[in-house]
Design a protein around this ligand. Structure first.
Ligand SMILES: Cc1cc2nc3c(=O)[nH]c(=O)nc-3n(C[C@H](O)[C@H](O)[C@H](O)COP(=O)(O)OP(=O)(O)OC[C@H]3O[C@@H](n4cnc5c(N)ncnc54)[C@H](O)[C@@H]3O)c2cc1C
Length: 384
């Protein structure tokens, strides 16, 4: 049987594409290697910029809506930013991803769980995928929404020159009484070229750390962070995962009749590690390209162009800030700490209340220097 679209992976990218395509009457098959609900290593923070893409009732899976963001530098110095309205919604990914998959299913998508895809093959006039369970399926298009280790990207040779950081998610049991369960905490100096975080949930706290430097023992930083927070003895689960680190770079996300979405395409904010919004949005953009255009060339061209136009400018601006931040972490922290207006503007940009581009262009003159410096730094690195 031939499908209109086969989607590999039922995370936010795959399920969102599946929903839009099925709702538009396309015959959609989603192949997911795990059985849902499944744990996904993720802090589960969904910024308000994702809200237009979640235009259905998903509040039942929201665990907390913190309004305070506290930043530390190597456990000591700190500053706080508070909002009147929630800027980030907290979810556990097992429940959130199941809800998105259910929505796609209700719209008419067929989802086969426990079906890891082994490879993608280009056939005359179509494209097919083979699963490790020995089945083969054909379609007009394949969407690779299979995460940072994308098998689809590798099959199509689209993973060359990609860069990755390392992240660890640590789930902590909280006792309901003590501790901070209504604020987000971020430590900027405990892990080299990375951060540690603490996100409040119901009954537990999602903590973790990431680093974009090779060879760093990330567990040292996270252990110090947990000790400071008095959480080292309450660990429920620890799980590492790759984090795409090339979000600000233009790269090809399409080949023949295939497109890469979300983490599979490296679409992650390099400053915050936020990827759920980019996964949902790329799912929407891929579905829109398939629905609006007729030929594979037109579809893939529209998708690639939409990514460059609608997602790339923000990812690129974030990567400029990131280049500076990781070079001069202590100085940047101090600069933001002594300047509440800048602190708020930065947090607003990170949460999507306005753009990084606006932050760089208008907030303070020093950030224009940041733009120049980090732009030069990126082009210098590219020349190496
Ligand atoms: C520790 C950590 C913390 C994070 N915290 C945040 C956060 O707070 N907020 C945020 O926005 N982002 C966060 N991210 C990033 C976020 O998790 C990802 O960007 C997001 O999950 C990307 O969604 P996706 O649908 O592209 O991929 P995924 O969510 O990775 O989904 C891919 C799906 O594909 C399936 N799959 C994989 N291979 C195959 C195969 N061969 N065949 C079939 N199925 C397959 C997987 O089982 C999975 O279900 C974090 C990441 C990490 C590692």
């Amino acid at each position: 049987m031939k499908y209109d679209v086969i989607i590999v992976g039922a995370g936010p990218a795959g399920s969102s594409a599946a929903y839009y395509l099925a709702a538009a009457g396309r015959k959609v098959l989603v192949l997911e290697k795990e059985t849902f609900p499944r744990y996904k290593a993720c802090a589960g923070g969904i910024s308000i910029k994702a809200l237009p893409l979640l235009d259905f009732d998903w509040q039942g899976v929201v665990e907390a809506k913190p309004r305070t963001l506290v930043f530390f530098y190597r456990s000591n110095q700190s500053f706080k930013v508070e909002w009147k309205e929630p800027m980030v919604y907290m979810v556990m990914r097992d429940r959130f991803d199941s809800l998105l998959a259910d929505r796609a299913k209700k719209a008419g998508a067929e989802i086969k769980f426990g079906n890891p895809v082994e490879g993608v093959f280009i056939d005359p006039g179509s494209i097919s995928v083979k699963t490790k369970t020995g089945f083969s399926y054909r379609a007009s298009y394949v969407l690779g929404a299979d995460g940072a280790n994308s098998r689809v990207a590798r099959s199509l040779n689209l993973l060359k020159n990609r860069r990755f950081g390392t992240a660890v998610a640590v789930e902590i049991q909280h006792d309901g009484g003590s501790g901070n369960h209504q604020e987000i905490r971020v430590d900027c100096g405990l892990v080299p070229k990375g951060i540690c975080w603490q996100f409040p949930k119901t009954g537990q706290t999602s903590t973790g750390a990431c680093t974009f430097r090779q060879g760093v023992n990330i567990y040292d930083g996270i252990d110090r962070f947990l000790t400071r927070e008095g959480m080292e003895k309450k660990i429920i689960l620890r799980k590492g995962h790759r984090l795409p680190a090339d979000g600000g770079e233009r790269k090809r996300l399409t080949a023949y009749r295939a497109m890469l979405l979300g983490d599979a395409g490296g679409l992650v904010d390099p400053l915050t590690g936020e990827g759920i919004y980019y996964a949902l949005k790329s799912g929407f953009l891929a579905a829109r390209a398939i629905i609006e255009k007729n030929t594979p060339d037109q579809v893939t061209a529209l998708y690639q162009e939409s990514i460059f136009r609608e997602l790339f400018p923000e990812l690129h601006a974030a990567s400029r800030l990131t280049a500076l931040y990781y070079r001069l972490t202590g100085v940047c922290f101090k600069l933001v700490q002594i300047n509440p207006r800048l602190a708020r503007a930065l947090c607003d940009a990170m949460c999507g209340n306005h753009t990084y581009q606006k932050l760089i262009d208008t907030e303070l003159k020093i950030l224009k220097l940041v733009k120049e410096f980090s732009g030069n730094y990126i082009s210098f690195k590219r020349q190496l």
